[in-house]
Design a protein around this ligand. Structure first.
Ligand code: GLN
Length: 475
C-alpha cells in the first residue's frame, strides 16, 4: 500500500469499504512523512492517532460519515485549530494556541477527516513564494532551485512531495492557485462567501477565502462539499441552500468558453502552447470556444495591492504585544507595542503595514488611492459581469511564467487577483509541462456561485488527460 498514490476520494472509499483501517493509514502517514518539503510547521501525531481510533469505531458501528472519513488532512497554518498552535508562519504568533476551531475545521472533523499537521505559508499569507515564512521556505520538488509559489506554499509543496493527501489553503489574491500551478496540483478559490471565514486569521477579509488544494478536481469537489455553506459564526456566508457540487452527468458539449486572449499573449511561449493544447481538448469534447479580451491585466494587481494592504493595516493592528501574540519583556505600554511589532513581524508584513497606511493617509477621500482603487475594482467587476453574460467559463493560464528562481521578482499572480476583487470562483489545474519538466497551470474562472461549473469542467478535463497524475522525481 502506498497511500500517496491515491487521491483523497480513492483513499476514503478504501477506508469506508474496510480495505484499509484508519490507524493503518495514519501510521503509514507518520512512518513516511519526514518533512522533506518543509511544508509543515507542526505535525499533530497524538491528535491524529486518537481521532483515527474514534473514526474507526464509528465506521465499525456503521455510522454514516462522509466520503472522506479517515483521510488525513493537512491545513494551512492561518486556520485556527483549537488547542493546536496556529502561527501564520510568524514569530508574532509562534506560541499562539487558539481556544476555538475555524468552522471549516469543525466541519471536517465532523465529517471524520483527520488532521495530521499544520502547513507552512508566507507570513500572514503575504507573499507569493512561501519565503516570507518565519520557518523558512518550502521546496518545489520539480526543481529545488525554483519557487513553490505562495502564500499556500506548504499545501502545494507537501502535496507534490507526497507528504500530504489532502490540504486546505487560503487565497486573497492568488495564494491557492499560483502555488497549485507551480507545484502541479489542483486548487480552487471558491466564490467569496461560499466558505466560512470564521477562524481564518485575516489578511484582507474582503478577499480572503479558504479553499481545498488537492491531487485532483474530484477531491476539491468532495472537500468543498464538506466545508461550504452558511455559518452563523460568519454572517457574510451565503444563505442559499447548499447546492450539489458534483454532477456525474455533466457534459462539456456546448459549454461556452471564453478564452482570455490577452492573458495568453502575455505568457511565455511554452505556456502558450500548452494552453492551446488544453483549448483543443475542450474543443474535442464539444465546447464552444471564442476569444475575449479582458483589459484588466494592468489594473487588477495595483488595485488588489492598494485595497488588500489597506485592509491589512486594520487586521494587523490587533497585534500589539498586549492582547496576544509575541510579548517581549517591557514595562512601558507604548514601548511594548513597538517592540512586539518590531521583533514579531518580518520585513514583508512591515512593508505591507507601511504601504497600507500610506494609501490610507490621504484626507481628500475623493482623490485618494483607496477611492480610485474602489472605482477600478468596479470597472473590473463590470468586465467580468459582461463576459459571463456570454460565457459559462473564462479560460486563461494560471501564471504567465513557470516557477521562477528565488531572485526573480516578476509578478506571477497577475492573472489571479481579478477573481478575488470580484468574488468569482477560479480553479487551477495542471495542463502540461515545459521541456525542462516545469509544471504549467490552467485557470478556469466561473460566474458568481458557479463553482459547480468550473469543478465539473475540471473533472472532465482530468478524465481526458494525465497531467495531474504526473509526479516529480523527488530529490
Ligand atoms: N501574492 C499576493 C500577495 O502577496 C496574494 C497573497 C494571497 O493570496 N494571500 O498579496
Amino acid at each position: 500500500m502506498n497511500i500517496f498514490n491515491m487521491t483523497a476520494t480513492e483513499l476514503g472509499k478504501k477506508i469506508k469499504n474496510r480495505k484499509l483501517g484508519c490507524l493503518e493509514v495514519i501510521k503509514y502517514f507518520f512512518d513516511n512523512v519526514k518533512n522533506k518539503s518543509n511544508g509543515y510547521i507542526c505535525f499533530t501525531e497524538e491528535y491524529a492517532y486518537n481521532k483515527a481510533k474514534e473514526i474507526q469505531n464509528k465506521i465499525d458501528k456503521g455510522e454514516n460519515l462522509s466520503i472522506l472519513a479517515g483521510v488525513p488532512i493537512s491545513i494551512k497554518d492561518n486556520i485556527c485549530t483549537k488547542g493546536i498552535n496556529t502561527t501564520c508562519a510568524s514569530k508574532m504568533l509562534q506560541d499562539f494556541i487558539p481556544t476555538y476551531n475555524a468552522t471549516v475545521f469543525e466541519r471536517l472533523e465532523k465529517a471524520g477527516v483527520i488532521l495530521v499537521g499544520k502547513l507552512n505559508m508566507d507570513e500572514f499569507a503575504m507573499g507569493d513564494t512561501g519565503r516570507t515564512s518565519f520557518f523558512g521556505g518550502c521546496k518545489n520538488p520539480w526543481d529545488n532551485t525554483k519557487s513553490t509559489g505562495g502564500s499556500s506554499s506548504g499545501s502545494a509543496s507537501a502535496l507534490a512531495y507526497n507528504e500530504a493527501i489532502l490540504t486546505l489553503g487560503s487565497d486573497t489574491g492568488g495564494s491557492i492557485r499560483q502555488p497549485s500551478a507551480f507545484c502541479s496540483v489542483t486548487g480552487i478559490k471558491p466564490t467569496y462567501r461560499l466558505v466560512s471565514r470564521y477562524g481564518l486569521i485575516g489578511f484582507a477579509p474582503e478577499f480572503d477565502q479558504i479553499g481545498p488544494m488537492t491531487k485532483d478536481a474530484l477531491d476539491c469537489c468532495n472537500t468543498l462539499e464538506i466545508i461550504s455553506g452558511y455559518d452563523k459564526n460568519d454572517t457574510t456566508t451565503i444563505k442559499n441552500p447548499k447546492f450539489k457540487l458534483l454532477d456525474n452527468n455533466f457534459n462539456i458539449k456546448n459549454l461556452k468558453i471564453g478564452v482570455c486572449k490577452n492573458f495568453i499573449e502575455y505568457s511565455d511561449n511554452e505556456i502558450k502552447s500548452e494552453i492551446f493544447n488544453a483549448i483543443n481538448i475542450f474543443k474535442n469534447l464539444g465546447a464552444i470556444i471564442e476569444e475575449i479580451n479582458l483589459d484588466i491585466i494592468e489594473y487588477s494587481m495595483p488595485t488588489y495591492q492598494i485595497l488588500s494592504n489597506a485592509l491589512a493595516v486594520s487586521n494587523m493592528a490587533r497585534y500589539d504585544g498586549i492582547k496576544y501574540g509575541y510579548k517581549p519583556k517591557e514595562d512601558c505600554l507604548e514601548k511594548l507595542c513597538i517592540k512586539s511589532r518590531t521583533e514579531g513581524f518580518g520585513v514583508e508584513v512591515k512593508k505591507r503595514i507601511m504601504f497600507g497606511n500610506f494609501v490610507l493617509k490621504n484626507k481628500d477621500t475623493e482623490n485618494s488611492y483607496y477611492k480610485n482603487a474602489l472605482n477600478t475594482k468596479n470597472y473590473i467587476s463590470k468586465q467580468f459581469k459582461d463576459a459571463f453574460l456570454k460565457y459559462d467559463i473564462l479560460l486563461a493560464p494560471t501564471t504567465p511564467k513557470t516557477p521562477v528562481s528565488f531572485d526573480d521578482t516578476s509578478e506571477t499572480d497577475i492573472f489571479l487577483a481579478g477573481a478575488n476583487l470580484t468574488g468569482i470562483p477560479s480553479i487551477s489545474i495542471p495542463c502540461g509541462f515545459t521541456k525542462n519538466n516545469m509544471p504549467i497551470g490552467l485557470q478556469l474562472m466561473g460566474n458568481f456561485l458557479k463553482d459547480n461549473i468550473i469543478l465539473n469542467t475540471a473533472i472532465q478535463f482530468q478524465k481526458n488527460t494525465n497531467f495531474h497524475l504526473k509526479r516529480p522525481n523527488i530529490i
